[in-house]
Design a protein around this ligand. Structure first.
Ligand code: DSN
Length: 399
């Protein structure tokens, strides 16, 4: 037995239990999710899919899959229920990035054009970063936010008309407002593009009806399961039934081998939990807490990007303070408050420094924090920021 490894786990458990966790993409799973992910299912190989004649798949490539076949079907059925959808569901992606890779692989050829949100203003690495497979394999074009930080839907639609992209992508890692999926769907329909949504950040809100749903509008929807959905680290893909075979083939054998049945079990538990009234209450509190904290910062004179939030997170724009996001992240780390630096719209500092920080309420709401607790943390952050001196020439530094 490796006491070293279990020491590290104990240390991390202690860190998680004693810090204020404000990273917008993190959460704390239930004991049942942990139990499923730590189960004997990790021992099982099950390349392929539970045999379904309707999809023309051949079943598994290994024996002994009778139980995991039922488990995977059960997981699929629960996620359909969570999102009230008859879209096809693939529960095998190992992560959100794997889900996006498979979705592109299913729908596009290398060199095809994608219209996606600009990376510096809130999109994810897999939405076309030049250092990511998405930016290397596809012809990426980016729509942006307006001067107030809101998605510029008119400009996006104009770009779609000019570019006629093969795919329009909606979704973000650092956008605090409702995303109007209908505007994207209209642009896609008008220009003959496929429409894909990466709802990783807001999936829990969609499940609890706190954010408009992309189902019925998008051709393909990807998500992670570990953010606001509060499940294990992993991905899911939903698609219109006519795309099912392409999506399944793109996941396996296209981009992955054996699925992680222990994680699929954790995803199934998370879906069961997302179906409970308690989950709706939780997500409602996440959004209310995010609003309360953003409003408290505004009241203290800070600039919140877009002036507020509709979801589980917001961006604090530190440009006027002269502080960098990196400086603030590091100082708060030392004070037991965990968040991450983030570019803000029009940021003149590098992504290594940034002029902002991203703050999320999903994890600490799970821990039982109320709006008053989040206001108190806002004041602790303010007190810490007052002790820092503005960085000089931070725009040029690489750290
Ligand atoms: N890296 C994640 C985030 O922090 O938003 C997205 O996958």
């Amino acid at each position: 037995m490796s006491s070293r490894v279990f020491d590290y786990i104990a240390q991390e458990e202690q860190r998680q239990q004693t810090t204020v966790e404000l990273i917008a993409s993190e959460n704390f799973v239930s004991a049942d999710v942990l139990r499923a992910v730590g189960s004997c299912l990790t021992n099982k190989y099950s390349e392929g899919y539970p045999a379904r004649r309707a999809l023309g798949n051949q079943g598994r490539y290994y024996g002994g899959c009778a139980v995991v076949d039922q488990l995977e079907e059960y997981c699929i059925a629960r996620w359909k229920e969570v999102f009230h959808t008859d879209y096809h569901v693939n529960v095998q992606p190992h992560s959100g990035s794997s889900a996006n890779l498979a979705a592109y692989f299913a729908l596009l050829q290398p060199g095809d054009s994608i219209l996606s949100m600009s990376l510096s203003n809130g999109a994810h690495l897999t939405h076309g970063s030049p250092v990511n497979f998405s930016g290397k394999l596809y012809d990426m074009h980016f729509y942006d936010v307006d001067e107030n930080g809101f998605i510029d839907y008119d400009a996006m639609a104009r770009m779609a008309r000019t570019l006629r992209p093969k795919l329009i992508l909606a979704g973000a890692s650092a956008y605090s407002r409702i995303i109007d999926y209908r505007r994207f769907a209209d642009a896609a329909r008008e220009t003959g593009a496929l429409f894909m949504v990466d709802m990783a950040h807001v999936a829990g809100l969609v499940a609890a009806d706190e954010h408009p749903s992309p189902f019925g509008l998008a051709d393909v929807i990807t998500t992670t399961t570990h953010k606001t959905l509060r499940g294990p680290r992993g991905g899911l893909i939903f698609c219109r039934p006519e795309l099912a075979k392409r999506i399944d083939s793109a996941v396996f054998p296209g981009t992955q081998g054996g699925p992680l049945q222990h994680v699929i079990a954790g995803k199934a538990v998370a879906a069961e939990e997302a179906l409970t009234p308690a989950f709706r209450t939780y997500i409602h509190a996440v959004v209310a807490n995010s609003r309360a904290m953003a409003d408290e910062f505004t009241a203290m004179g800070y600039k919140v990007v877009t002036g507020g939030t509709d979801n589980h997170m917001f961006l604090l724009d530190l440009t006027d303070t002269g502080l960098t996001g990196k400086q603030v992240q590091e100082a708060l780390d030392g004070a037991g408050i965990t968040l991450n630096k983030n570019c803000v719209p029009g940021d003149r500092r590098s992504p290594f420094q940034t002029s902002g920080v991203r703050i999320g309420t999903a994890a600490m709401t799970t821990r039982g924090y109320t709006a008053e607790d989040f206001r108190r943390v806002a004041h602790r952050i303010d007190a810490m920021l007052r002790t820092l001196s503005p960085a000089e020439n931070a725009a040029d530094k690489r750290a």
